[in-house]
Design a protein around this ligand. Structure first.
Ligand code: FCB
Length: 474
C-alpha cells in the first residue's frame, strides 16, 4: 500500500512524522444503531464528476478546463483523463448499471466548459444536449438526476482572467447557472451548486497538487469568498430561472482533531483548520457571517451585501465524508498548522485516508446541533481499494466492510435526530482520480482500461441488496 502525499495528507504544509508515534484517540464513540432498517424513502445513489468520467475532452465544442492543462507529471501514474470512463459515450451503460442496482438517484456534474466553452457568453447547444440526454437516460430508468454545477473543472479561459481569485468569476458562474436553470431545469430538478470548495482552495491554490496548480496561501481568502459568493448568486439565478428546483451544495465537512503531542497547541491548530476548512463555508451559509478566525483571510474580499447573498435557504446540505483530519502545531509553517499523522494502529485505505466511521457520525451530529439540523444528503462516501490487481479487485470485501460501518454511523446519527435523506456512494465505476490518476479505485464496478468494459464487483451486489431492501446487513 503506498502512502504518497495526497491532498488529504498534505493540507496546510509539510507532513512530518515526528509526532506520529504519539498518536491520538482513534475514534469518537457512537451508539450502534437500534435498527438496521433505513426508511423506505431513503435515497440510494452513486456520485461521479464530469472530468473524472466523461473523456471526449475535445468533442462537440467543449472548451478546455483548468484540468485539461494540468501537467501529467503531477499525476501519480502520468495518465490523463482524455478517455477516463468514456462516459460521454457510454452513459447508457452507466445508467443501466445504476438502474440494475436498484438505485434511484445519480449525482453527476455538469462540465461548465461544455456549456460555455470560454466560461462566459454564448452557450454551446451540444453541451446542453448531452446533459439533457443524460438526464433523460436517468429519468427513463426511474433515476432522479442530481447535477453538480461545479466539480473543479473551471473553464480555462476564466483562469486566464484570475479564476476564483477574481470576483468576476462569481458573476460568470451565476450566468452559467441561469442558463442551466433555463435550459435544463425542466428535466433536472435537483442541483448541487459546488463540490467541496475547501478542497479546491487548498489542493488547487495553496498546495498546487490540483489544478490550477497554484501555491500561494494568500489566495485562501479570495478563493474561499468568491466561491461562497458564486454559490449564493447561483442559487438565486437557478431559482429565478425555475421555481420548482431542490437546491443544495456540497461541503467536505471534515472533523478536525488534535494530533496527540502538544495538547494546547494542537487543539489550537485543529481549531484553526476547522475555521478555514469547515466553518468558512458552513457559517456564511447558515449564519451569514465568517468565523472570527477566518476573517483576517477573507475580509479584503468581502463587499457590502455579500453575506446576505451567501446566506441562502437550502433544500438540502450535501456532505462528503472520507476521513477526519489530525492537526498539529507547526512552528515552521506560515499558518503554524500542519496535518499530523493519524494515530498509530488505525486503518488506512489505499489513498492514505484514515478509515473512521465515527467521523461521519461526528459531522452529522455537528450539523444537527450547530447548524439547525438541515436536511442532509451524503453526497459522497467511499474508499479506495488497496488491491489494485487480481481477483480482489472484484471480490472487494474491504469496500463492503467500509460501507457497512459507515452506514451504521449514518443510521445511528439518524436515530439521534439527524435528518439524513440519502446516501450517494463514491463512485459507480473506477475512474480517473485527479492527482492519483487511475491508481485509486473507488468504484462498485471495475473497468478494463483498454476496452472500457465494466465488471461488477462484489460490493455492487451488496449495495444493490441494500438499496432494494433498505436493510443494512450486520
Ligand atoms: C472527493 C472528490 C471526488 C473524488 C473523491 C475520492 O473529495 O469530491 O471527486 O476525488 O474525493
Amino acid at each position: 500500500m503506498s502512502l504518497s502525499i495526497t491532498r488529504r495528507t498534505a493540507a496546510l504544509g509539510a507532513v512530518s512524522a515526528s509526532l506520529a508515534a504519539c498518536g491520538s484517540p482513534a475514534a469518537v464513540a457512537f451508539p450502534a444503531p437500534a435498527s438496521r432498517q433505513f426508511p423506505t424513502d431513503f435515497i440510494w445513489g452513486c456520485a461521479t464528476s464530469a472530468f473524472q468520467i466523461e473523456g471526449a475532452l475535445g468533442e462537440d465544442g467543449r472548451g478546455q478546463s483548468i484540468w485539461d492543462v494540468f501537467p501529467r507529471e503531477a499525476i501519480a501514474d502520468r495518465s490523463d483523463a482524455s478517455t477516463a470512463n468514456d462516459s460521454y459515450h457510454r452513459f447508457g451503460e452507466d445508467t443501466a448499471l445504476l438502474a440494475d442496482a436498484g438505485l434511484k438517484a445519480y449525482r453527476f456534474s455538469i462540465a461548465w466548459p461544455r456549456i460555455m466553452p470560454v466560461g462566459a457568453g454564448a452557450v454551446n447547444q451540444a453541451g446542453i444536449d448531452y446533459y439533457a440526454g443524460l438526464a433523460d437516460a436517468c429519468l427513463g430508468r426511474g433515476i432522479t438526476p442530481y447535477a453538480t454545477l461545479f466539480h473543479w473543472d473551471l473553464p480555462l479561459a476564466l483562469q486566464a482572467t484570475g479564476g476564483w481569485t477574481s470576483r468576476d468569476t462569481a458573476q460568470r458562474f451565476a450566468d452559467y447557472a441561469a442558463e442551466i436553470g433555463a435550459r435544463l431545469g425542466g428535466r433536472i430538478k435537483h442541483f448541487v451548486i459546488l463540490n467541496e470548495p475547501s478542497v479546491h482552495v487548498f489542493a488547487g491554490h495553496v498546495l498546487g497538487i490540483h489544478a490550477p496548480g497554484l501555491k500561494d496561501a494568500s489566495l485562501i481568502g479570495p478563493v474561499t469568498h468568491h466561491q461562497n459568493l458564486a454559490q449564493g448568486l447561483a442559487i438565486q439565478a437557478l431559482r429565478a430561472a425555475q421555481s420548482d428546483l431542490a437546491i443544495g451544495t456540497t461541503l467536505a465537512v471534515t472533523p478536525s482533531r488534535a494530533a496527540r503531542g502538544w495538547p494546547f497547541l494542537n487543539d489550537r491548530a485543529a481549531d484553526g483548520f476547522d475555521a478555514v476548512w469547515n466553518r468558512a463555508y458552513l457559517d456564511p451559509l447558515f449564519k451569514g457571517e465568517y468565523p472570527k478566525a477566518a476573517r483576517d483571510f477573507v475580509e479584503a474580499s468581502v463587499r457590502e451585501g455579500d453575506m446576505d447573498i451567501i446566506r441562502q435557504p437550502l433544500d438540502f446540505l450535501g456532505v462528503n465524508y472520507y476521513a477526519p483530519a489530525y492537526l498539529r502545531f507547526d512552528p515552521s509553517s506560515d499558518a503554524r498548522i500542519a496535518l499530523g499523522e493519524p494515530p498509530g494502529g488505525v486503518e488506512l485505505d489505499a489513498f492514505g485516508r484514515h478509515i473512521d466511521p465515527s467521523g461521519l457520525w461526528q459531522l452529522l451530529q455537528r450539523v444537527r446541533e450547530q447548524y439547525g439540523n438541515p436536511r442532509v444528503l451524503i453526497t459522497e462516501n467511499g474508499c479506495s481499494d488497496p488491491f489494485s490487481t487480481g481477483p480482489a479487485v472484484t471480490d472487494d470485501r474491504f469496500r463492503i466492510d467500509y460501507l457497512r460501518r459507515h452506514l451504521e454511523a449514518v443510521k445511528s446519527a439518524m436515530e439521534a435526530g439527524s435528518q439524513v435523506g440519502g446516501y450517494f456512494h463514491w463512485t459507480l465505476v473506477d475512474n480517473w482520480e485527479w492527482a492519483e490518476g487511475y491508481r485509486s479505485k473507488f468504484g462498485l464496478v471495475a473497468q478494463d482500461r483498454a476496452s472500457g468494459a465494466r465488471t461488477e464487483k462484489a460490493s455492487y451486489a451488496w449495495f444493490k441488496a441494500l438499496a432494494e431492501s433498505g436493510a443494512l446487513p450486520a
